[in-house]
Design a protein around this ligand. Structure first.
Ligand code: FES
Length: 104
């Protein structure tokens, strides 16, 4: 198994988080969408796995995010599974929330 390094990338301060927040980021080649549901944070691929629509423009209802492209409904708790948007590890560092991404 090959060694793989990861780097922490700060995204937002904790005091910037609020229920219903959808914040879009591009970090290197990664297209990220941070979504806040109550006190939970999800960081998913910002582009729909069906045809690449911007999930940041989708409608959030509870944990359900409806894609603006063709209306597919994704449950944020299922992200990372087959047919769902990819997900990234949410990392907290002091007053920051961020993501761990492969280096390089
Ligand atoms: S692009 Fe998202 S459902 Fe088609």
């Amino acid at each position: 198994m090959a060694w793989r390094a990861f780097v922490f990338q700060r995204l937002l301060r904790l005091d910037q988080l609020h229920h219903g927040l959808k914040a879009r980021f591009r970090v290197g080649r990664h297209e990220l969408l941070l979504v806040c549901v109550e006190q939970e944070i999800f960081i998913i691929n910002a582009l729909c796995p069906h045809a690449g629509a911007e999930l940041a423009r989708g409608t959030l209802t509870g944990y359900q995010l409806r894609c603006p492209g063709h209306g597919q409904l994704f449950d944020l708790r299922e992200s990372g599974r087959a047919g769902q948007p990819g997900c990234y590890p949410v990392i907290y560092d002091g007053q920051w929330v961020g993501v761990e991404l492969p280096a390089g």
